[in-house]
Design a binder for this molecule. Structure first.
Ligand SMILES: NC(=O)c1ccc[n+]([C@@H]2O[C@H](COP(=O)([O-])OP(=O)(O)OC[C@H]3O[C@@H](n4cnc5c(N)ncnc54)[C@H](O)[C@@H]3O)[C@@H](O)[C@H]2O)c1
Ligand SMILES: O=C(O)CC[C@@H](O)C(=O)O
Length: 477
């Protein structure tokens, strides 16, 4: 199938290839959605978008669905894979990420790519992705994708904004107690056959202060759980947020660092959070305090943390994320990967986990469903609700009673005069409904037009493609 399969209409002239008239029900079974049993599948709360249109909606596809090529990396959950396969798409799922050269090779061929936190979709990689229309990040973080480059090249990016937040918060609770009781060291000693019954430097967490940096989805969940254990909670965030329970916002990072016994980091990876905790910040922490990082590896200067732990300033730490992480399970975490690797591993009361904050059955299946649904909605209907780099645009579904309608999607540079030119082209038909919105330099227009013969669609597509402002045109019918 040629590149243009997702853009240029190629259905037989009678428009009846069977695909456009069937309505697939890719949603999960709601009967299971309230289960809390680990034996049953768990589904996240209803996401902010509505999911694929249901029963009476007309399935829009300008292509044979088996020609949509999807590459899933990093062991995307089976629940998500199934949703995509049910659509008839060609799905290749790999367990690991790919090194840049192999990624560049593979990405040239695919229309959709699904990744987690490891795969780097830089501008250098994306410039080879000539057929790519959408990226699904099956996780919260989107720092691994050049979002701006993607938007400017008409590639929408979706993620799952909160489906693993609870899992991260629960891990933090476990780690706070583990650090306070030096449990990881005691366990390690027992594994080595050593009995070492000590209470020195071991504490209850009740009455201690937890300082949360970044009071978003994870930080807020953690706040509630920590208070339930009798901890006092303070938090620092760049925006003013209402504290849950009796948690109190502090005015700056220094106030948080000097006021907390445990400091936990839940900020995104952005320029401002790079090495946010370094030598100076560690010196502002209380003597004998603990540091936890499950945000991104770039947020903590690890060499400075090693020094602070060696000096006794920091009594313990828990790290789930690192500046350089292995690409697949079984690979080594050593000094070749990060210069301080061996030194870090030798420290006492340090919990090291392999980026598993969001790695629970519940979170991964909820993320799989949420992101796969968003991808189906985008590929089949052009809906951008929930996209992290595009304006959010949706129209009510076309119904089976509207046989000669087409949906036009026109992603274009946000410059004056475009809408007039587009509507001159669409104006030969009846524009039933239209929505347009912009985000920075990029604008997204969606219009449903009626009384279009299949033979006219190619011309319509070409006229839009010929406009100077065009980034990408898609015509769905
Ligand atoms: N270890 C894991 O497996 C795992 C799982 C989920 C999320 N994460 C990471 O954790 C991060 C946070 O997740 P979330 O869902 O809570 O994100 P979120 O977007 O809901 O919350 C982030 C909060 O950080 C605040 N913030 C941004 N810059 C800040 C700064 N310079 N100083 C203080 N506060 C700042 C924001 O205002 C926001 O309230 C994600 O971006 C992701 O990188 C890791
Ligand atoms: O599952 C992953 O790879 C990433 C988990 C987490 O860091 C996220 O951003 O959601």
């Amino acid at each position: 199938m040629p590149t243009a399969a997702l853009n240029i209409p190629e259905r037989p002239a009678n428009g009846d290839n069977g695909l456009s008239r069937t309505v697939s029900n890719s949603r999960h079974d709601p009967a299971n959605s309230l289960s809390t049993s680990p034996q049953l599948s768990f589904h996240s709360p209803q996401a902010s978008y509505a999911g694929p249109p249901k029963v009476s909606a007309k399935q829009l596809r300008p292509f044979q669905s088996q020609d949509v090529k999807i590459l899933l990396l990093e062991n995307v959950n089976l629940a998500g894979q199934e949703i995509l396969k049910k659509q008839g798409y060609q799905v290749e799922a790999l367990k690991s990420s790919l090194p840049e050269d192999q990624l560049i090779e593979k990405i040239q061929d695919v229309n959709v790519i699904g990744i987690r936190s490891k795969t780097q979709l830089s501008a250098n990689v994306l410039k080879h992705a000539k057929n790519l229309i959408v990226i699904g990040c099956f996780c919260i973080g989107t720092n691994q994708v050049d979002l701006q480059y993607a938007a400017e090249n008409g590639i929408a990016v979706f993620n799952s904004p909160f489906s693993n937040s609870r899992s991260v918060a629960e891990l933090m609770i476990g780690e706070i107690i583990t650090l306070a009781r030096q449990m990881a060291d005691r366990s390690m000693e027992m594994h080595n056959g050593v009995w070492n019954k000590v209470s020195n430097g071991c504490w209850e967490v009740r009455g201690k202060t937890l300082g949360i940096v970044g009071y978003g989805h994870v930080g807020a969940q953690l706040s509630v759980l920590a208070e339930a254990m009798g901890m006092r909670v303070i938090y620092y965030d760049v925006i003013n947020l209402m504290g849950l329970g009796t948690a109190q916002q502090v005015p700056n990072l220094e106030a948080l660092l000097s006021g907390a016994d445990f400091v936990t980091l839940h900020v995104p990876e952005i320029e401002e959070t790079k090495n946010m905790i370094g030598e100076k910040e560690l010196s502002q922490m209380r003597n004998g305090a603990y540091l936890l990082n499950a945000s991104r590896g770039s947020v903590v200067d690890i060499a400075a943390l090693i020094a602070a732990m060696k000096s006794g300033k920091i009594a313990g730490a828990a790290l789930d994320v690192y500046p350089n992480e292995p690409g697949k399970n079984g690979e080594h975490f050593n000094s070749q990967l990060n210069a301080w690797g061996e030194e870090l591993r030798s420290l006492k009361n340090l919990i090291l986990t392999p980026h598993i904050g969001g790695s629970t059955e519940e979170a991964q299946s909820a993320i799989g469903v949420e992101v796969a649904d968003a991808l189906v909605n985008y590929v089949n209907f052009g809906t951008t609700t929930g996209a992290v780099n595009m304006p959010e645009v949706t129209l009510r579904s076309l119904t089976l009673d509207e046989p000669n309608h087409v949906r036009v999607i026109y992603i274009h540079r946000n410059v004056p005069g475009v809408l007039r030119r587009v509507n001159e082209i669409l104006g030969d038909h009846n524009v039933d409904k239209q929505m347009t919105d912009s985000r920075g330099e990029v604008a997204y227009l969606m219009a449903d037009i009626s009384n279009v013969n299949v033979s006219e669609i190619k011309d319509l597509y070409q006229s839009l493609e010929d406009l100077g402002s065009r980034i990408r045109t898609r015509v769905l019918y």
